[in-house]
Structures are given as C-alpha cells and as structure tokens.
Ligand binder design. Structure first.
Ligand SMILES: [Zn+2]
Ligand SMILES: [Zn+2]
Length: 498
C-alpha cells in the first residue's frame, strides 16, 4: 500500500468512484449544470471512453434514450444525454448524511449556506408560475432521512407555496427558542422556496434541536404524527397564538389542529370535508368563535390501522359561515336574517346535504308545523345587535377557506398533495423518500411531480366518483381520495404576500 498517497489526493483523482447505475449526478454543460441519473453505462460507437446515459431532470438532453438511432434506455423526450462517465460528478446539491460517504465524495460547497450572502433574505412562497421549473423533478422538495416523512410533508405543505403560517418564521421568540426558528427559516423554508430543495441534514438538525429542547425524546428516531410535531413547534416553541378558537356552550377552547369526530348515527357514505366538519361540529355542539387564518383538520382515522371512510372528497372551498358562533346568517329558505337554528333538521334529507339549518321566524314556524318536525327543538342564534330588525340583503358575503394541502398516509409513510394555483389541475404530489440511492450508507431521493389527474376526478359528478375503483384510478389520485390524513385550509384574505 502506498502510504504517501493521502486520502484527499486519491479522492480528487477518482471522482467516479462510487458512481454506477442509478447514481444521481451532475455534469457541467455550457449553459450551466445539468442534473440527472445514470440510466446506462457502456460504450457507444465512435467514443473510446466509457460513456454514461443520463436521464436529466430538465429537458436539456438530446433524445428519449437513443443515441445515433440506437436505443440504450427509455426516458421522456429531450431528457436523455450521453456523456463520458468520467465527466459525471456526484450531485453537489446533495451531501451524504453518512460519515462514510463524506470520505469518498470530495467536500462540496454547502450551497444552501456557504457563499450565498442572500440566504437571510425573506423568501416569498413559490408562485404558480415558478412551480414547474423550481419545484418539479427528482431531488426536489425536502429530502427524507430516518423516518422524517411526517415532518417533511408537514413542512413542505405549509411552506412551499403558502405563506399562511409565515408568522412562525418572523414572530419574536425567547432567546432559547431563536435557534430553532432560525433553522426553520434559513435552513429549511428559504432553500425550499428559493432552490426547491432542502437537504435531509437540515431537517435532521431541526429534529435534533427539538429533541434537545426536551419536548420529546424521540424526535430524531421515531415515526411520529404531523399534528404532534406541529403542536410542539407552534405551541411550545414559538408560542404562536392558537389557530383555532372554538366555542362550546359559551366557553371558548383553543387549539392548533381540529380532530374530526363523528357520532354513530351519521348517514355519510362518500363525505366531503365540508360535511365531515359540519357533522363533527354538530355532534359536539361546537362553533367557531372567529374565522381562522389556517384550519388544520384531522380525518376520522387512526393512522394506518383504521379509517372510517373508503374515500373522502376534498372540498376545495370550505364555507364556514354557518359554523361561526357570531355574525349574521341567512335563512336557508328565504334568505332573510336567520334567528333560529334547528339541529334536528340538520340531518333531515329534505334539506340540502351541507350547511347548518338556520331559519327566520316565519320559515321556522312553517317548517316545524309539519307533523314529522313538530317535536324539533330550535335554538336562538346569537345575532349581532346591528342586524336585528333590519332586512338583510341577499348578497351577504360568506366566509370561506381554501384548501392548499392534503397530507396522506399509507402503510405508515406520509406523502402530500399541494394545490399550488387557481386552476383545477394545479396540483403537485410530494414524497420525501420517493426513491433511494444505495443501501445503509445511501440516501433518499425526494421527488415532486405534477398530478393534474387529481383535478379531473374532483370535477366528476359524485355518483361517478363513488364508483371509481381505487386501484384503477389514474396516477396518484387514489392516494388523495383514499389515504387523506390531514387537510390544510387557509383564509384567502390573510395571506402575507398576495
Ligand atoms: Zn326564512
Ligand atoms: Zn327542525
């Protein structure tokens, strides 16, 4: 063995060590770096050197896997590129979290922090126009590491394209909590929004900080639930105002997430989120004390063990007008100011399948003169004084929240959907562990891809949607409809950057 050769020297002369089929690599092209995966290695006619066939992340290639009319592998058009294997470098956006790997791969500039003097800037969420080039592809999103998927999907969903909880990044904190907020803002949210990629190591640092903080001893090791993580960070660490103020029997309760519960005798089969929320509020006697800026809803299921419904239909808009404890409401029959609510009428199929049943005095007495409804007990609504005695215009504005993300679970792995734009097709799917490179010392490859098929199903008539066989549904649609765990809604009027 040549003891004069230092490990550094060896490394710099053997870049291609460890590169093989399916390695994630970069190559320098005239127009900048191209990133891709080695799909084929061998020799091609006319080239002496060992060549590599790359499947690029972007359409910077020459073919769909052919070279001089000979097919070597198959990929989407313009994504295949043939280069010398020796000109491939390990993907510099990734630095292996394993110590072993670091010895083999030359130390690369930490691009997220290093020379980038702008990294402390405030970065706005990714706009619908930017999603395509910034966020979609392999090695995009947040890189999963060691059971981190619950945290990856929660962070990705909240911060990639929405600013609704950016107060988490900016609110003043105690000195002891400031480092955690800094990690969240500078090492996770900023790179996610500016580069579309966050290294697994950054999320691991974040988890280690949370663990040192003492709220849980297993943040770095165990699979957890997103709501546990979100509550710890929002409540215990950043001391954020509770997102949700619920009133029940005159008392106000506060929380960060809302777990949907249903009583036994509901008749829902293929419910919408709107119906689930209404039924849950109805059976618990709850109202919203105010319009929440962000509403985090947990579906009636227990992790992967039990789910109450085979499919749930995401309501793109959640109409919460009826769920507010105060504020004028319209009689569901005539549109005048409602003064009474009937909880018995709520489940009566004679009325529409959504919305609490509120009536003006006249309509209520008419409805309840029917023999079947004589026994109903109505309750008086809290109506703001300024409305009483005045006729209500028919164009009362309704309070609505919009869906911006859905977290799903299947066989204890979390993935998420983000609705990133105004169009029906504007959906992306994120998996922080979509693929893996190497075994124990390897790393996960996160991936974000467009899933416009979801929009197609959401436009279907309910009866047709009900008949869809989950395993036959296109693309990732089955996961959205069948595996939903948590829905994230935001108030459109309260977003920071709009
Ligand atoms: Zn009426
Ligand atoms: Zn009634």
């Amino acid at each position: 063995m040549d003891i004069d050769t230092s490990p550094e020297e060896l490394d710099t002369h053997n870049y291609d060590i460890g590169l093989g089929l399916n390695s994630v690599v970069e190559v320098a092209l005239g127009k900048g770096n191209a990133y891709g995966i080695i799909r084929w290695i061998g020799t091609v006619p006319g080239w002496k050197d060992i060549s590599a066939g790359l499947e690029l992340e972007d359409e910077m290639g020459v073919s769909d896997g052919t070279f001089k009319n000979e097919r070597y592998f198959t990929c989407p058009p313009k994504r295949a590129l043939f280069v010398r294997l020796s000109s491939c470098r390990p993907d510099s956006r990734f630095q292996s979290v394993s110590a072993n790997h670091n010895e083999k791969i030359p130390k690369l500039e930490d691009t997220d922090m290093g020379l980038d003097t702008d990294f402390q800037k405030t970065v706005a969420p990714i706009s619908p126009e930017q999603v395509n080039h910034l966020l979609i592809g392999r090695m995009r999103g947040i890189q999963g590491h060691h059971n981190s998927c619950y945290m990856d999907v929660a962070l990705f969903s909240l911060f990639s394209c929405s600013s609704v909880l950016d107060s988490m990044l900016f609110k003043s904190t105690t000195p002891q909590d400031a480092p955690i907020q800094k990690t969240l803002r500078y090492d996770i949210v900023n790179p996610l929004r500016s580069k579309g990629f966050v290294k697994g190591q950054h999320v691991m640092n974040f988890r280690q900080q949370l663990e040192r903080h003492g709220y849980s001893h297993s943040f770095t090791t165990d699979e957890k639930d997103p709501e546990e993580f979100l509550t710890v960070i929002m409540h215990h660490i950043l001391a954020l105002e509770p997102l949700l103020k619920l009133s029940a029997a005159g008392k106000v309760q506060e929380s960060y997430c809302y777990q949907i519960f249903l009583d036994q005798n509901h008749s829902l089969v293929l419910p919408t989120v709107q119906q689930l929320l209404e039924h849950s509020f109805h059976s618990a006697g709850l109202k919203l004390a105010e319009v929440p800026s962000c509403l985090i809803l947990q579906m009636p299921r227990f992790g992967k063990k039990f789910k109450m419904f085979d499919k749930i239909i995401p309501s793109l808009e959640l109409d919460i007008t009826d769920l507010l404890s105060e504020g004028p409401q319209q009689c569901i029959l005539c549109g005048n100011l409602a003064l009474e609510e009937c909880t018995d009428c709520f489940k009566d199929p004679v009325f529409s399948s959504t919305g609490f049943k509120v009536f003006c005095k006249t309509c209520s007495s008419q409805v309840h003169s029917h023999p079947q409804r004589k026994s109903h007990k109505t309750s008086l609504l809290e109506v703001p004084k300024e409305y009483v005695g005045h006729s209500l215009s028919h164009c009362l504005t309704r309070d609505k929240l919009e869906l911006f993300a859905v977290l799903c679970i299947e066989t204890s792995h979390y993935v998420s959907f983000v609705k990133y734009g105004p169009n029906n097709q504007d959906w992306i799917f994120f998996d922080s562990m979509a693929d893996r490179q190497g075994e124990r010392d390897g790393f996960n490859i996160p991936e974000v891809h467009a899933c416009p098929e979801v929009g197609m199903y959401l436009e279907m008539p309910l009866a047709e949607l009900a008949n869809q066989v989950p395993r036959d549904m296109k693309g990732v649609a089955k996961r959205l409809f069948c595996d939903a765990y948590m829905y994230l809604y935001q108030s459109t009027s309260m977003c920071l950057y709009r």
